[in-house]
Structure formats: C-alpha cells, structure tokens
Ligand binder design. Structure first.
Ligand code: FES
Length: 133
C-alpha cells in the first residue's frame, strides 16, 4: 500500500471531518457492512429546492478505512447536487483515498460510505437503489 494512501486514511481517521449529526436533517440514512456489522450513518441538509447538499455529517463505528472514507466522502459531496451524487462511482471515491490497492474485503470497507449515501439519496427521490446504481 502506498504512503499517500496511509497518510490520507490516517489523517481522516484521527481527525474526522463533518463528524456528528444534523438536527432536522432532510435525509437520515444508516447502513452496515454485512461482512463485519460496522455502520455508517449520514444526516444531510438540502437547500430550499431540495436539490443540493448544503451540509452533511456522519456517525459510525468501524475500521479506519470505513471511517476515513466516510469523512472524505462528506467533504467531497458538500455543495453537490443530487444528480451529481447519483453519477458518482466507486472509482471517484477510491481516487480520493489515494487509489489504494485493496482486496475485496477492504474494498467493501472503503465503499460502505458511498453505498450508504446513495441509499439515502435514492430513497429520498423515491427510486430503487442497487449496488450498481
Ligand atoms: Fe468493518 Fe471495515 S472491517 S467496515
């Protein structure tokens, strides 16, 4: 694993950004990694048009990769529209993590936050969510 990957993960794990909960959130979503039971919960505030994320916070318990990834993702998506979130894919997030070379188990850790966020967005707009969405 590369040094840059370690640095990014450790920094966000030790000093998580946007940690906490938003009162009166428009979207509240929680999901877990079925392999280990670790969880991420996002609370999200949208703009008046209910189209753009103006604030987002997360809570969670889990490994350093999942929690750091949740922190990084929260920074990326603030200010993005719902359509932009729908178009985000796992490669976008992995790039922000420093393109780590992870096995299938650890990839699930890294992608749990994106899966959770998309689940919340798709539920909010009333569309069915699958892992391929
Ligand atoms: Fe549970 Fe990583 S070991 S999310």
């Amino acid at each position: 694993m590369s040094d840059i990957y370690y640095e990014i993960i450790l920094d966000h794990y030790r000093y998580p950004r946007n940690k906490g909960q938003i009162e009166n959130a428009d979207i509240k979503v929680r999901d877990s990694n079925p392999l280990c039971g670790d969880e991420i919960e996002y609370t999200i505030k949208l703009d008046a048009n209910k189209n753009t994320i103006i604030d987002i916070k997360f809570e969670g318990k889990g490994c350093a990769i999942s929690q750091a990834s949740a922190s990084i993702l929260s920074e990326i998506v603030k200010g993005k529209t719902i359509d932009e979130i729908k178009q985000m894919n796992k490669d976008n997030l992995l790039k922000e993590l420093g393109n780590p070379k992870l096995g299938p188990t650890r990839i699930k850790c890294a992608l749990l936050p994106l899966k959770t966020l998309k689940l919340g967005i798709y539920s909010f707009i009333g569309q069915h969510f699958t892992e391929e969405s």
